[in-house]
Design a protein around this ligand. Structure first.
Ligand code: UD1
Ligand code: CA
Length: 472
């Protein structure tokens, strides 16, 4: 017997998504930083036994391909092209050559259903397996079934066929069990169907749904698995459904975090991606948006008014307030904000403080170093116990060569306010940079670097000026 451990998937993503009213292909719309197609693929990849996924692309194929190339290994995710959208069965047929002699089960789903999670798919496949089915279709009971294909059952409740809305009789339209658009085929039993279905329907398309009637007529074991939670099948056809899916994913995440012991004060203004993990006793203040994959430790404070764009990992007792952060590793007891901007590739060691109006990019900052006000730290490496005075700039960019250069400040370096470090430059241990200094060459350890015109004090200057003015 074949089992679910010999499994391939076909994801349909060639359609245009006309109703999205967008120049971006439908499946490239994002929720919490991940495209719809990536969300679907990521869940399918988690399913036990999946060894290969075929993605059928057509509209905006180049853009979709580029997105997939960035995120996945070509060995595992293979695209097949459907140049003309001749229907869902034709779309699956594009993968026929790759599947022809395949012995296991083929899971088929659409690229625009981001709420179908691994658990739902696994439950569905388990049902297919327990029933020893040749074909299983996922269905759902909806209050408003309009628009979907209807599941038509025989007197004895077994499956008969699926009828599309556009082809349904008035009586069939009253059926509220709909086709969720997810199927599992015992491939060698079903593959012949693709040569036998026709385009004899109101849309003149090859309907994948016709495979069900074909299988029933062949006397094959054909089953429907009714979804417990019908919102999992939500397909994105309209912008309002994109926001609905966003709200549902967010709601599920916040509920999970509440249960886990994270304090979230205002669910209405808190948005956290499904890919974000947060440990207990972390506090999330209002107005927080977190997308991408992140991992926050215990007893963190996040917010208010904080945006996280992904790739953040923090240890315990980290505080990030009123700031924008992406791509950060922050060790214990670091403080970021208010009003900090942490960009790509930033590593902060224990007890580092990055304060207001400080931008940090591609930099490593060692323990107990402060960078408290009004600074730009880019392509820099700051040692332990360094103090960066207000208004310090690492001038990392050479506008002629367009190169970025490194600034290295060793342990114990003190940089006075309003200094400019013209990179590439190294300041050795414990050296001091006087306020207002432009550092253009390497500074030896324990030295003072100072570029400053002498201070002149002109006595009674104001009085003299006023006297001259009053004479006129
Ligand atoms: C389809 C089902 C319907 C089901 C619904 C669930 C058919 C005939 N109907 O209808 O029973 O209730 O999904 O959401 O299958 N696609 C291609 N190539 C094509 C046509 C479609 O790749 O030639 C892709 C689309 O990009 C989309 C998916 O297949 O991801 C579904 O196509 P769509 O036209 O949206 O089908 P529905 O009318 O929604
Ligand atoms: Ca659809």
């Amino acid at each position: 017997m074949d089992n679910i451990n010999n499994l391939r998937a076909v994801i349909l993503a060639a359609g245009k998504g006309t109703r999205m009213k967008s120049s971006t292909p439908k499946v490239l719309h994002k929720i919490f930083g991940l495209t719809l197609i990536e969300r679907v693929i990521n869940q399918v990849l988690k399913v036990d036994g999946i060894d290969k996924i075929f993605v059928v692309i057509g509209h905006g194929a180049d853009m979709v391909q580029e997105c997939l190339d960035k995120s996945y290994d070509k060995e595992k995710i293979k695209t097949v092209l459907q140049t003309e959208q001749k229907g869902t069965a034709d779309a699956v047929f594009r993968a026929y050559n790759d599947l022809e002699n395949f012995e296991g089960n083929v899971l088929i789903l659409c690229g625009d259903t981001p709420l179908l999670d691994e658990k739902t798919l696994s439950d569905f496949l388990e049902y297919h397996n327990i029933k020893q089915a040749d074909l299983t279709v996922m269905s759902a009971l909806l209050d408003n079934p309009a628009g979907y294909g209807r599941i038509i059952r025989k007197q004895d409740k077994s499956l008969e066929k699926i009828v599309e809305q556009k082809d349904a009789t008035d009586e069939q339209k009253t059926v509220n069990e709909v086709n969720a658009g997810v199927y599992c085929f015992r491939w060698k039993k079903i593959k012949q169907a693709f040569f036998e279905i026709s385009t004899n329907n109101s849309q003149g398309e090859y309907y994948l749904t016709d495979v069900i009637e074909w299988a029933v007529k062949q006397g094959l074991n054909t089953q429907a698995y009714i979804l417990e939670d019908s919102k999992k099948m939500l397909g994105i056809n309209l912008k309002e459904q994109l926001s609905e899916a966003f709200r549902i994913l967010n709601g599920e995440k916040l509920e999970e975090l509440h249960k886990k012991g994270v304090t979230i004060y205002d669910d209405k203004s808190t948005f956290i991606s499904p890919e974000t993990e947060i440990d207990e006793d972390t506090i999330i203040y209002p107005n927080v948006y977190i997308e991408g994959t992140n991992n926050f430790g215990k007893h963190n404070i996040i917010g208010p008014n904080t945006t996280v764009y992904g790739n953040v990992k923090t240890e315990d007792n980290v505080k990030i307030t009123q700031s924008q952060v992406s791509d950060l590793y922050a060790d214990k007891n670091t403080t970021i904000g208010p009003f900090s901007h942490i960009r790509d590739g930033v590593k902060l060691a224990e007890k580092v403080r990055v304060g207001n109006f400080v931008e940090v990019k591609k930099s490593t900052i060692e323990d107990h170093t402060n960078c408290a006000h009004l600074s730009y730290i880019g392509d820099a490496s700051l040692g332990s116990n360094v103090n960066i005075g207000a208004g310090t700039i690492t001038a990392n960019y050479n506008a002629i060569t367009k190169e970025k250069n490194k600034t290295i400040l060793k342990n114990g370096v003190k940089v006075g306010s309003n200094s400019v470090l013209i990179a590439p430059v190294t300041v050795e241990e414990n050296a001091n940079i006087a306020a207002g200094t432009i550092v253009t060459e390497n500074i030896p350890p324990e030295a003072l670097a100072i570029t400053r015109s002498h201070l002149r004090i002109i006595a009674d200057w104001v009085i003299e000026k006023k006297r001259l003015f009053l004479k006129k």
